[in-house]
Design a protein around this ligand. Structure first.
Ligand code: FE
Length: 226
């Protein structure tokens, strides 16, 4: 919670500092570059709490999130697996230039049992790279974030590769403020290995939309907060 407050404050400072600039910067990286003496720590690129505008990753990527959809069925828990590492950096851009694999953006809401969005919910994602390999030394393709004021999350990454016994999947922990941690996994439609993976469940399968250079995967988490 403290970190999101800090990021939000930093973003406000950055915007305020950018105001006098004659030609407003079009993106966050420029703001961050101009404000090196103002803010340290998490960059505004990891801030998904920003209002609609140039810093909103949904606006930046032309993504219009469908209205929350749920029937009160909770997102099922899935095994954590052997590769979780606590202490991931707060970041929602896991993709790094030159990284192999298909570009992927994962978005959605975190919802309560009444299908209401939960702002400030914590999500911690970790996954294998396109070759099915986890970074167990560092934090590549690992990052945590908080839902924005609309209860939305945004993750920019690559499509994970398969590894022996496992279909394509992204691990995640989700927690409403003060709530229990749900550990689960996301899956992708139409993957042949889904049918041979004993852990796979269609209940956490994303819907995928092709945006040309990248795919947008959508999944709404529904948490039992009662
Ligand atoms: Fe895994």
């Amino acid at each position: 919670m403290r970190s999101i407050s800090f990021v939000t404050a930093a973003a406000v400072v950055l915007v305020a500092c950018a105001t006098p600039v004659a030609t407003p910067a079009s993106g966050v990286p420029t703001f961050a570059g101009q404000a090196t003496t103002v803010a340290a720590g998490p960059t505004a690129t990891s801030d998904t709490s920003a209002p609609a505008g140039t810093q909103d990753p949904f606006v930046q990527n032309g993504i219009i999130l469908a209205a929350p959809g749920c029937d009160g069925t909770f997102t099922p828990a899935q095994t954590e697996g052997p590769y979780y590492k606590a202490g991931s950096p707060e970041q929602n851009i896991l993709y790094q230039g030159g990284m192999p694999g298909a570009r992927l953006i994962v978005v959605g809401y975190v919802l309560n049992a009444d299908c209401q969005p939960i702002p400030g919910a914590w999500l911690d994602f970790w996954q294998a790279d396109a070759n099915g390999v986890y970074d167990n030394e560092g934090y590549t393709l690992r990052g945590n974030q908080f839902t924005d004021e609309q209860g939305r999350y945004f993750l920019e990454t690559v499509l994970p590769g398969e590894y022996p016994g496992r279909t394509e999947h992204i691990h995640v922990k989700v927690q409403s403020p003060g709530g229990k941690i749900l550990t689960s996994q996301l899956y992708f439609p139409g993957v042949a290995a889904n049918s041979t993976d004993g852990i796979y469940t269609p209940a956490t399968e994303v819907t995928v939309e092709d945006h040309g250079d990248y795919q947008v995967a959508d999944y709404d988490f529904v948490l039992n907060t009662k």
